[in-house]
Write a protein of this length. Structure first.
Length: 81
């Protein structure tokens, strides 16, 4: 990924999107809300929104998961077991 210093709330997500990745947030049957981050070739993280969790908290967790995936290759997949 390109070297870019950001001062946003979710720097790993911003870097992902700036480098042609994407995030998807919303309903995926039967789950009422999930957050998925992927590059053109890899899923980096797939998270379920927890009961009572705010959208901002879900995005914070997604940001941490994406940063971890980029740093050491760890993938978090809460959707597929």
């Amino acid at each position: 990924m390109r070297n870019k210093t950001t001062l946003t709330q979710w720097p790993a997500l911003e870097e992902l999107i700036d480098n042609d990745g994407q995030i998807t947030i919303g309903y995926v049957d039967p789950l009422p809300c999930v957050a998925i981050a992927n590059t053109q070739h890899d899923m980096l993280a797939a998270l379920k929104r927890r009961r009572g969790e705010s959208l901002a908290s879900l995005l914070n967790r997604l940001n941490v998961a994406v940063a971890q995936a980029e740093e050491d290759g760890t993938r978090i997949d809460e959707l597929n077991g």
